[in-house]
Design a binder for this molecule. Structure first.
Ligand code: NAD
Length: 527
């Protein structure tokens, strides 16, 4: 094993015994798989290794999950919700174990990791209490009220759900999409990102402690290019979160197999500051929107459009606030911004900043790799004068880099916000909420927050969340986030025949029905 574990250089929850135990939860068809290194991001050193699954393991995991699913679906909804409610308490009680692992594998600050714990608790509580009503059999209108039939809609589980997760929110994105799937009576096979397997395994361990049947949730760890397609090809529904490029491949495979999928993909999100905005609030909100998780947040902000009347004042206050952010490693609370998650992320961020500089943009604060803090730290960075064709203007940077630009009023702000292939999230700052709502409706994004960065829409867990345009398909959260994992079945029981009785000529029957339909439309309670 590694020096890191031997030297006790890590928090006390991160022991060799714990890594070994969690690795034992990975599903493999045979015992002799190779291993993949898992890095402590703050130092770039190997902390542990994890099983490298192969496609045969995916097949085996799906088989086991499918067998467990049949038994789980027979359990009452109250038994299923009891597990998720218990998870709520366990995750809050054992949060330090999760925070330490998520920080190790992603390099984020403790406060940003805590947002993930919060999300799991909110999701568990919300679906734990609301799922029974959402899943209850519904009565629907029959063809001819009273006379013809009674219709009911039953919501069956789809079967085995594949959850493919990225590395940026290793706690939230490994489990929060799985919980509604489980409550709906499904099994889950989870494929976490290559770099964050242990956080996902720790969540599955807690789920088992909460009472989830052993085989119902399977985890396969390893290379996404190998395991992802195998998973998409063998499950009944795929819940994918990741890049738009991979999302397209997942959608194409799901289409070939005729299975449904939801795709939560990338973004190029904007903050819009209107001429009547409260500047103190807007500056504070924009800092959080841009630099939470070092900018590696799908709904985080990379572009700010400020009404020209407020531009100079906003920029100087924003730059001052960004300069005050602390950057660094640490498993304690107190550091504002953590590391980028990997060398790949660092490379993209450096390329975008270099490209911006070459094209004449001005860097007001930040702009540098902080090798002195750790291998992947990059300073929170604010640029202006970014040309529209610069990489940081049109591609997702997914790092701590934001451009600020003046706009001549609301119309230009909306047009520039919409001038991207993405459509994930935006935020509008104004002291007039009605105006904010009107502007929001013109923005082509799945979510828009008024006077907030992203937290308000994300935490409004009863409301659907997802992307438009290249930012995705389908929605998580709310009733939509659960019903996606169900197959509806309509059962109509006939009361009286609506076909012509034997002996009645079809023509007479058609005339009678035509007259009835005309009358029917005029009777309010029958419409
Ligand atoms: P990615 O697409 O590279 O990887 C995501 C997951 O897909 C990983 O588990 C990976 O192993 C797996 N994968 C890789 N190749 C695959 C294939 N051919 N088939 C199936 N799965 C495959 O994305 P990433 O770099 O891990 O994540 C960053 C991206 O995720 C950013 O674009 C970000 O905006 C997006 N994201 C979106 C949301 C959202 O809710 N919309 C949330 C977080 C991140």
């Amino acid at each position: 094993m590694t020096d890191l574990l031997a030297d006790d250089a890590l928090p006390s929850t991160l022991t060799r015994a714990r890594f070994d135990r969690l690795d034992g939860l990975v599903t493999t068809a045979v015992d002799d798989r190779t291993r993949r290194a898992v890095t402590e991001v703050f130092t770039g050193e190997t902390a542990a290794t994890v099983t490298e699954c192969e496609p045969a393991d995916v097949e085996y995991a799906v088989e086991r999950a499918a067998a467990a699913q049949e038994r789980w679906a027979e359990r009452s909804i109250d038994e299923r919700t009891a597990v998720v409610k218990r998870l709520h308490d366990i995750v809050l009680d054992r949060q330090d174990e999760l925070l330490d692992l998520a920080q190790l594998e992603s390099g984020k600050s403790r406060a940003h990791a805590f947002e993930e714990v919060l999300d799991v608790a909110l999701t568990s509580r919300y679906y734990g209490y609301r799922a029974p009503d959402m899943l209850a059999t519904e009565r629907r209108d029959a063809a001819v009220p009273v006379l013809s039939s009674k219709a009911e809609v039953v919501h069956h589980p789809v079967g085995v759900v594949g959850v493919i997760a990225p590395w940026n929110y290793p706690i939230t994105l490994a489990i929060s999409d799985a919980l509604p799937a489980l409550l709906a009576g499904n099994a889950v096979v989870l494929k976490p990102a290559e770099t964050t397997p242990y956080t996902a395994l720790a969540l599955v361990e807690l789920l088992r402690e909460a009472g989830i049947p052993h085989d119902l949730v399977q985890v396969v760890t390893g290379d996404g290019g190998e395991l992802g397609p195998a998973l998409v090809d063998s499950v009944d529904y795929i819940s994918f979160t990741g890049s738009t490029a991979t999302g397209r491949e997942v959608a194409a495979a799901a289409g070939r197999n005729l299975v449904d999928c939801s795709l939560e993909l990338g973004g190029k999100n904007s903050v819009v500051v209107l001429d009547d905005a409260d500047l103190d609030d807007a500056v504070e909100g924009a800092v959080g929107a841009c630099f939470t998780n070092a900018g590696q947040l799908c709904i985080g902000t990379e572009r700010i459009f400020v009404d020209e009347s407020l531009y100079d004042e906003f920029l100087s206050r924003f730059v001052a606030a960004v300069s005050d952010l602390s950057l660094g490693p640490g498993y304690e609370y107190g550091v504002d911004v953590g590391s980028l998650a990997s060398g790949d992320q660092l490379e993209t961020v450096e390329e975008h900043v270099a490209d911006a500089r070459e094209r004449g943009a001005t860097v007001h604060v930040g702009g540098d790799h902080r090798r002195d803090l750790g291998p992947y730290f990059f300073e929170p960075t604010v640029v202006t004068g970014l040309p529209d064709d610069a990489r940081a203007a049109c591609e997702e940077t997914f790092g701590p880099v934001v451009s600020v630009a003046p706009v001549a009023g609301e119309r230009e702000a909306i047009e520039r916000t919409n001038d991207t292939d993405y459509g994930l999230n935006a935020s509008v700052w104004t002291t007039n909420r009605d105006r904010g709502r009107a502007v929001a409706r013109e923005i082509d994004c799945g979510t828009v927050t008024i006077n907030g960065g992203y937290l308000e829409t994300w935490a409004a867990i009863d409301a659907p969340m997802g992307g438009r345009k290249d930012s995705g398909l389908g929605r998580r959260h709310g009733k939509e986030g659960l019903m996606r994992y169900t197959e509806s079945q309509t059962i109509a029981a006939r009361n009286y025949p609506v076909t012509p009785p034997i002996g009645v000529q079809s023509e007479w029957y058609a005339r009678a029905l035509t007259a009835s339909l005309r009358l029917w439309r005029k009777v309010p309670f029958l419409r």
